[in-house]
Design a protein around this ligand. Structure first.
Ligand SMILES: Nc1ncnc2c1ncn2[C@@H]1O[C@H](COP(=O)(O)OP(=O)(O)O)[C@@H](O)[C@H]1O
Ligand SMILES: [Mg+2]
Length: 437
C-alpha cells in the first residue's frame, strides 16, 4: 500500500489526543475521614498533585487533588462542594500529573478556576494540554529584557519603565486603587493577548472589572475568575491556570500580558491548604509552602525563547505595611514594584503612584541614557519636594509652638499684673485700716 492520502482517510488526531491523555490503569481507595476541607482515604497511592474523583451517590462525583499523606493515608482536597461524600466512597485516580487544557479558543472568554466557561457562550475547544504547575524553564533559554513596554500610565512609563517580559508588583493597602490601575493597564497596553486572573476577590468585582475596566479589551483577553467563595484549591488552580494559558500563547511567539489580582489572595489560598493538611504556621500565620508557591508562580512569567509574558501582580499590604511577609517575599521575587500611596489617593490624586517608594529594576536595560538621566532628575526634584514638604511641616510646627509660647508669655504677664493689683489693693486696705485705728 502506498502512503498517499485517499478520500477515505480519517482524521484520528482528536482520538489520538484523547488516548494520549488517558490513564489506562485503575487505581483507587476509599474515604475514611473528612475533616473540614480535607478528605482522608486509603488510596490511591498516587503522587502529590494527582487528580482523583471521589464517587458520590449521584452520578459524576467530585474531583479532588492529592495534597498530602499521613501515616499511610492519602489527604485530598476537593475542587468543588464536598456534599455527597460518605464513609467508604470510592476514590479513583484520574491523572497523576495535573494538566489543563489550553488553546486559542480561550480568547474573549471568561472561565472559572478550573477552566469552565462562566460566560454562557458554550464549551471551549482545547488545542493542547499544559502542566498546571509548569515545567521549569532553563534560565539560559530566557532572552534578556531589552524592549520597553508602554503600560499607558505616564508616571510609570517615564519614571518606572517596564520592559517586555518584566514582572511588576502593584503594592498598596485596600481601596487605594490597585484593581483600577490594573484595569487601566489592561486597556492601554498593547499586547497580543491579556490573561487576567481574578483570584479571591468578591464576585461583584469580577463583573465590575470586565465591564468597567476591561471593556472592549475583553476581545483579546482571557479572564480567569476564582472568587473568594470558591474552595482554596480552586482559587490556587485559577492562578496557575492563568499562567499555563499565558505560557501557551507565549510558546506561539506572542507577547502576553499576564495580570493577577491579587497575589496576596493566592498566598492566602495556599495558606488555607497548608493549614488544613497540618502544616505549621510560621510568619504571621503563613505556612512555609506559601513561600514555596510564590516563586513557582512568579518564575513562569518572563521572556521565553520566543514570545514573552509580562507579569503584573497586585499585592495587598495590610495596614500599609510594606514589610508584611507576603509583600516582602513578592518584592524580592519580582523585577520591580509600583507602590500606591493612601495619602495621594485621599487627596484625589489617581493613580496614586508613590514614585519615590517605587522601583523598576529592568528600567536601566530598556531605556536610553537620556531618559535614565531625566528620570533621575525628576526623582531628585520629587525627593527635594518631599524634603521641602517635611521642612514646611516642621516650620509650621515651629510657628505653632512660638505662637503658643507668646500666648503663654502674655498670660503670665497678665497673671503677674493681676497679682500685683491684688497685692496693692490688699496693702491699701491694710494701710487704711491702720490709719483708722
Ligand atoms: N484611577 C482612578 N481614578 C478615580 N478613582 C479611582 C482610581 N483608582 C481608584 N479609584 C477609587 O478608589 C476606589 C478603590 O479602588 P480599587 O482599585 O478597587 O482599590 P484596591 O483594588 O486597591 O482595593 C475606587 O472605587 C475608586 O473610587
Ligand atoms: Mg482590588
Amino acid at each position: 500500500m502506498s502512503g498517499r492520502p485517499t478520500d477515505t482517510d480519517l482524521d484520528f488526531s482528536r482520538a489520538r489526543r484523547r488516548l494520549r491523555d488517558l490513564d489506562s490503569v485503575l487505581v483507587s481507595g476509599r474515604v475514611t475521614d473528612v475533616i473540614g476541607l480535607v478528605v482522608e482515604a486509603t488510596g490511591p497511592g498516587a503522587p502529590l498533585g494527582s487528580l482523583c474523583r471521589i464517587s458520590t451517590r449521584d452520578k459524576g462525583g467530585i474531583f479532588a487533588e492529592v495534597v498530602g499523606f499521613r501515616t499511610g493515608h492519602v489527604l485530598l482536597m476537593p475542587l468543588g462542594d464536598l456534599a455527597g461524600v460518605a464513609p467508604g466512597s470510592q476514590v479513583l485516580l484520574v491523572r497523576e500529573r495535573p494538566l489543563v487544557g489550553v488553546g486559542d479558543a480561550f480568547r474573549g472568554r471568561i472561565v472559572d478556576g478550573l477552566g469552565r466557561p462562566l460566560d454562557g457562550r458554550g464549551p471551549i475547544e482545547h488545542d493542547a494540554v499544559y502542566p498546571l504547575y509548569g515545567d521549569r524553564m532553563n534560565p539560559l533559554d530566557r532572552r534578556p529584557i531589552r524592549e520597553p513596554l508602554d503600560l499607558g500610565i505616564r508616571a510609570v512609563n517615564a519614571l518606572l519603565t517596564c520592559g517586555r517580559g518584566q514582572r511588576l508588583g502593584i503594592f498598596a493597602g485596600s481601596g487605594v486603587g490597585k484593581s483600577a490601575l490594573l484595569g487601566m493597564m489592561a486597556r492601554y497596553t498593547r499586547a497580543d493577548v491579556n490573561v487576567i486572573a481574578l483570584v479571591g476577590e468578591r464576585g461583584r468585582e469580577v463583573r465590575e472589572f470586565v465591564e468597567r475596566d476591561l471593556g472592549a479589551g475583553l476581545e483579546h483577553s482571557v479572564v480567569v475568575a476564582a472568587t473568594s467563595d470558591q474552595p482554596p484549591l480552586v482559587r490556587l488552580h485559577g492562578a496557575f491556570l492563568a499562567v499555563a494559558l499565558a505560557e501557551h500563547f507565549r510558546d506561539q511567539g506572542r507577547d502576553v500580558l499576564l495580570m493577577m489580582d491579587s497575589l496576596t489572595r493566592v498566598a492566602m489560598a495556599q495558606r488555607e491548604v497548608g493549614l488544613s493538611v497540618g502544616e505549621p504556621p510560621s510568619t504571621r500565620g503563613y505556612t512555609p509552602s506559601v513561600f514555596a508557591v510564590l516563586p513557582r508562580l512568579l518564575e513562569r512569567a518572563g521572556q521565553g525563547p520566543e514570545g514573552s509574558i509580562t507579569g503584573l501582580y497586585t499585592v495587598l499590604v495590610e495596614g500599609d505595611d510594606l514589610n508584611e511577609p507576603v509583600a516582602d517575599a513578592a518584592r524580592s521575587l519580582l523585577d520591580g514594584h509600583v507602590v500606591l500611596s493612601r495619602r495621594l489617593a485621599s487627596e484625589g490624586h489617581y493613580p496614586a503612584v508613590d514614585v519615590l517608594a517605587s522601583l523598576s529594576r529592568s528600567m536601566i536595560d530598556v531605556v536610553g541614557p537620556d531618559q535614565q538621566a531625566q528620570a533621575g532628575r525628576v526623582r531628585a526634584w520629587l525627593a527635594t519636594h518631599r524634603e521641602a514638604e517635611d521642612l514646611d511641616r516642621c516650620r509650621a510646627a515651629l510657628v505653632d509652638r512660638r505662637r503658643e509660647e507668646r500666648q503663654l508669655e502674655r498670660l503670665r504677664v497678665r497673671a503677674e499684673e493681676r497679682h500685683r493689683a491684688v497685692e496693692e489693693r490688699a496693702a491699701a486696705v491694710l494701710l487704711d485700716d491702720l490709719a483708722r485705728r
